[in-house]
Design a protein around this ligand. Structure first.
Ligand SMILES: Nc1ncnc2c1ncn2[C@@H]1O[C@H](COP(=O)(O)OP(=O)(O)O)[C@@H](O)[C@H]1O
Ligand SMILES: [Mg+2]
Length: 328
């Protein structure tokens, strides 16, 4: 099925804004994008069609976003299980991942291959040291680093995440030097693996974020949450990257080219929203653009079209969980 969404289609497409699943599944958390359920054995991550920007959730949803993200993560977890253990058990429904319950480590582990986003904004203001790496003078927006940077931040329960600047702060938050070292190395290896997959399909993984947790039982550090998605990563097509760098195009000119959430962030920030006050209504044209980017990022990382699915309803999800024996 060809998944391209046009602005005129937006209002007629079914979206999953909030899930509602029956007992014995208990809702333990509504995150910005995922609803998390537990049954004492596993956790059930329902990736909805919600979109957040600057840590605020929009009242609107993005068609196909939930299933595109859920399937991209499933692909990422499968591809990288030899690099780092992860929580993944199965995908019984296009929007659901069944996973082992981990205790989240409260850091966001970010790897960056290129000077864009907040790193660029800080570099432009004169910052040269990024979590122990010194950048040279004269870099331009979008320039690739000699080797990818690891730039962790806090994972705030509410409000905004804050950059961590020293190894000590990072290790203290993680809980031990040895685990902090593991998280750094896993993150750089997972970034490299994602970039390789993306390059095989004509794109670049510009940067990406991971979350880790401690596994019940042995407390071993593993990868949780999501992997290589539209929300956690920035993607570009090679050709667009080449064209933008050749023109030394300003960050604004990159807005259309992002195959990820940066597209929506840029639209909001150009329309006066950076996280404070009420989020403006996002026009259907931008919602359609976001949908095509969510699906596009899945295709760029996997090299495959997103499998077709029935409209994402609670009935479909409960039915699929029952069929696969997770809901009795
Ligand atoms: N395997 C797991 N065990 C326990 N919690 C998890 C697991 N995987 C992800 N989580 C948590 O589930 C939530 C996912 O929802 P999400 O919408 O991504 O949250 P957020 O608003 O924090 O980004 C996050 O709080 C994440 O830390
Ligand atoms: Mg999240």
């Amino acid at each position: 099925m060809k998944m391209t969404v046009t602005p005129g289609m937006v209002s007629s497409l079914q979206i999953l804004k909030e899930s509602d699943l029956p007992l014995p599944l208990r809702l333990v958390k509504r995150g910005k994008v995922r609803d998390v359920y537990a049954d004492g054995r596993y956790v059930y991550l329902v990736t909805t069609d919600r979109i957040s920007a600057f840590d605020v959730v929009s009242e609107q949803g993005v068609p196909y976003k939930g299933c595109a993200l859920n399937r991209a993560s499933a692909f990422g977890f499968e591809k990288t299980k030899g690099i780092v253990p992860n929580h993944f058990i199965s995908v019984p429904d296009p929007n659901v991942t069944v996973a082992e319950a981990y205790t989240p480590v409260k850091v966001e582990a970010i790897a960056r291959g290129y000077l864009v986003g907040s790193a660029w904004r800080q570099y432009e203001k004169g910052r040269r040291e990024f979590f122990g790496t010194k950048l040279r003078e004269g870099l331009i927006h979008g320039q690739g680093f000699d080797s990818p940077l690891f730039t962790p931040s806090t994972k705030a329960d509410a409000g905004h995440d804050v950059d961590l600047n020293t190894w000590q702060d990072f290790a203290d938050l993680v809980g031990s030097e040895a685990e902090a070292g593991k998280i750094r190395q896993y993150t750089l290896d997972l970034y490299a693996a994602g970039d390789l997959e993306t390059r095989r399909h004509g794109g670049l993984l510009v940067d990406t974020k991971f979350e880790y947790g401690r596994r019940g039982g042995d407390g071993y550090i593993g990868l949780i949450d999501e992997a290589w998605t539209h929300d956690s990563s920035r993607f570009l097509r090679f050709a667009d990257y080449g064209r933008l760098m050749e023109a030394n195009a300003p960050p604004k000119a990159w807005a259309e080219a992002w195959v990820d959430k940066e597209y929506v962030r840029t639209w909001l920030s150009e329309n006066g929203f950076r996280g404070e006050g009420k989020m403006p209504a996002i026009p259907d044209e931008v919602i359609a653009g976001a949908s095509n980017r969510a699906v596009g990022s899945y295709e760029m990382v996997t090299g495959k079209p997103l499998p077709a699915a029935d409209p994402p309803t609670n009935e479909r999800i409960a039915g699929n969980l029952a069929k696969t024996g997770f809901l009795k």
